[in-house]
Design a binder for this molecule. Structure first.
Ligand code: MN
Length: 290
């Protein structure tokens, strides 16, 4: 099953180009704040399954007639792993590795959707890069999961672009600008995706293929990432884990179209726009770094 958020906080199922609105059947208020409807759906998925199926009996909305939004906007946390493919470590010439350094966090408020632009801060001396990543969506409250049982807590997967200002400042700050974490277009449930250790991933900027990898080459695989994260922190339904990028990261500029595609998970194209502001004392102290 593929789940989407759309049309101002509505929740639905995407099938064959049609969206079936389940908001009313699930008893959700699309305008509720904070916007946690999808998180509640993930938490109670089995109990809600018959309501979802009944929503599919009403007419679907053609995909082009509504606006897709970030499938999850208000998780408990957005965990991210650094360098997780050997070749990316080599191209960045960094010793950081997911299995050595563990994970970091990205601001939840950096999340944006498949039809939201990536808005670049006004930092003319800085490179801003795309990173093509598989996002793991947690389905069950979990702590201290062993590697062998880790996949049991997965709800599903989605595409994630980890947008990054290059520099020496703390990674959390450089990766937490608003719109620096497009996810979508849908949440693909785990049964739909199957083995996460054999997924083709691609990212294009305009027509140029920049990143192409397969999750079989990942250093720290999905079960190991979940196990490591859960050794530190309780994982909650709706939590997102960005699984680290393969080689081929590069510049994005205003006017670019960034397309990410992950086998059996989805494909989306996000526009890049120039924004204003985003400079600060720490960044001004090292303007020449990239
Ligand atoms: Mn990344």
């Amino acid at each position: 099953m593929k789940l989407v958020r759309f049309g101002g906080g509505h929740v639905g199922i995407l099938q064959d180009g049609l969206i079936y609105d389940a908001t009313i059947a699930l008893g959700f208020d699309p305008e509720a704040w904070p916007p946690v409807g999808m998180v509640q759906l993930i938490k109670n998925f089995n109990a809600f399954r018959s309501k979802l199926e009944s929503a599919m009996k009403s007419p679907g909305i053609p995909l082009g007639e509504t606006r897709l939004e970030a499938p999850i906007l208000w998780p408990n946390k957005l965990i991210a792993y650094p360098v997780n493919y050997v070749e990316h470590g080599q191209e960045r010439n960094v010793a950081l590795r997911a299995d050595v350094n563990g994970f970091f966090l990205k601001a939840n408020s950096s999340l944006s959707g498949p039809q939201d632009p990536i808005i670049l801060p006004d930092l003319p001396d800085r490179e801003i890069h795309h990173e093509c990543e598989l996002a793991i969506i947690i389905g069950k409250t979990s702590r201290h999961l062993g590697v062998r049982e880790a996949l049991s807590c997965v709800f599903g997967y989605t595409c994630l672009i980890d947008v990054t200002v290059r520099g020496k400042e703390d990674r959390v700050m450089r990766k937490s600008y608003d719109t620096f974490c497009p996810i979508g277009p849908a949440l693909a449930t785990a049964d739909e995706v199957g083995d996460p250790r054999n997924l083709e991933m691609k990212l294009w900027v305009n027509e140029e293929l920049r990143q192409h990898a397969n999750t079989r080459d990942i250093i720290l695989d999905v079960p190991n990432m979940i196990s490591m994260a859960s050794s530190v922190t309780t994982l909650y339904p709706g939590d997102i884990i960005a699984s680290g990028t393969p080689a081929g990261v590069g510049l994005i500029k205003p006017g670019d179209q960034v397309t990410i595609e992950i086998e059996r998970v989805g494909r989306m194209t996000v526009l890049v726009e120039q924004g204003t502001g985003g400079d600060n004392l720490a960044i001004r102290k090292a303007p020449a770094r990239s």
